[in-house]
Design a protein around this ligand. Sequence first.
Ligand code: SF4
Length: 654
Amino acid sequence: MEKLERREVIMMAGGALAGATVGTLFSGAPFLGLQWLVEWTQDQFVPAPGEEKYLQGRCLLCPSACALLVRMIGNRAVKVETANTGCYKPQLAIQMLYHPERIKNPLKRIGKKGSGKFAPVSWEEAIKDIAAKIDGLRSSGNATRIAAVSGSAAFASGEILKRLVRASGSPNVYSEPCLNTLSAAATRLTQGQSGSIYYDFENADFILSFGARLVEGWGDPGRMNKALVGWKERKARYVQIDTACTRSASMADRWVPVNAGTETVLALGIANQLIAMGRRSGGANFAQWSQIVINDYAPERVAEITGVGVDAIREIAREFASARNPIAVAGRGASAVSSSTVEFAAVQALNSLAGSLGRRGGVLLVDYAGLGEVAVNAAGARGLDDFIKNGAADLIFINEANPVHRSVYGKAFAEKLKKDTMVVALLPLLNDSAAYADYVLPTISPIEGEPVGPRFRAMHPVDALLAIAKAVKGLESAFPWTGRKDVFSLIGRQNVKAAGNFTFPVELFKAYLAEFSKKIGDKNYPLALLPIEAPMVGDGDGLALPYVLKGLDSVTLTGAKLWVMMNPETAKREGVSEGSRIDIESARGEIGSVKVHITKTIAPGAVAIPIGFGHEFYTRYAEDKGVNAKEIMSDDIDPISGAADWWFTRVKIS
Ligand code: SF4
């Protein structure tokens, strides 16, 4: 690949993050984005004069539960400061707190499902009606027709909803797929244990990331920002394998451009070299797995598939093998992570070959304390996409989530929600999924209620769900807590533990690689569709916040028009130029009229498309902006996680 111009790296890094160029890894550039957001949140609104004070609280947006301070001018919150200074998420809470389209009351549907027409209703009436529906399904022997979908950030409310649905007698509890769900599926498969993969970033000295956008909101963003600083101080080496020169790639010591969706094959090529150096794993099935790797994934063949040169594969393997504490990191994406369990297993296999599993400076497991399991005598789907495709329900809770927009099965889900299903949405803003709700229960911003006083008649989702649970006959004893504080005190504690023995899932590897070969060899769809997350937009939630939209650059969105990015070599081959309008087609369908930006920050053979756009229903800021790429992304469901692996999608353009 040709050398990148500095200007192009800057464009890729985006907006105020422009200072993040190669070689300025720890310049503080990650924090410019945060500063930009803080300035937007403060400078665009001038509060009435008033007493300045700071309110103390705790951020509960992720398990880190950082201490926070909210700066108040009179009764207006103007800034959030957290113990975790690198984390942008609490800043978004201010925009949500004062969002002009906040839902002020519980709402009941008055129009057709999907019309978004609602009328205010009291909390009492909504809770009574929802509890009566649960009572009815339970007493008629149809408890398994209750289902719940929680968003990946719905930490505490997800726990209480899980308990409500399971205590009612249904196994149908799902989360929108994210790093945790995928990593937990891989852990169950390869180590036979509960918990998610825990990378000891603080003590590692060689970090090999397979598309995990570590500095763009991946995992615990605050922890990752601190880890970056630590790598600089300890001279740890960070290598980013990625199809785009993302912010993570531009801040790494080395960016390794890879053909989109071929990361699993690259991991096998590196494993081939580690085995050639004499590395072995004590894991079960290693002999069969290593035969596949030795016979089929020699560097020459891997180079052909992945676009990573033979020398580079050998060099990465050598560096990985010679580090004291190397870790290979799986989980493609930033806040929206999509991958296959096989890819997680392939990357964990490198950790096994390096002896990094289960030790300090390597890879461990982490469990989060919950509210305790409730046994259910029925089996549910393997994951959310599997449930949307194959499951059915008469009552569905949508909790801090937006599967109609975010899932590749969103349209199919909308059709299900239109049927005779009671849909209960718990959200602060009406979104694409809430448009199909029978009840919308307004929830508060993460800093609202405490430490900042509540606005409107909104509730914390934990309190709303507790009230529903207590109104269901026979469930009171399963919910002994008086409010969210009781619940918060029980959940979220981390228990980092050593991993169990590693098992190579050989048959799954074979099935995945056979399917992969078919897809990559399909001449009808010669390009890969690469998902990109715009700063703060993530997988779509951020787009509803007023100032996030204002911060998008002119090659992401102009007016309602979305831009995609292509390498000059690919553009020339496809006969398109800067500003061309193209349609993109996959085996699932077509999305139309996006504009092309040509840049060397994308590896050849791919069309990079921002995700999170194309909302039909999600405030005046997000609606009708661009197209929703998920509509044409791969809907192949991973057999272990039950989530669609939409990262690997083949397309053609016209
Ligand atoms: S890391 Fe960020 S999101 Fe998580 S608790 Fe701390 S401030 Fe909140």
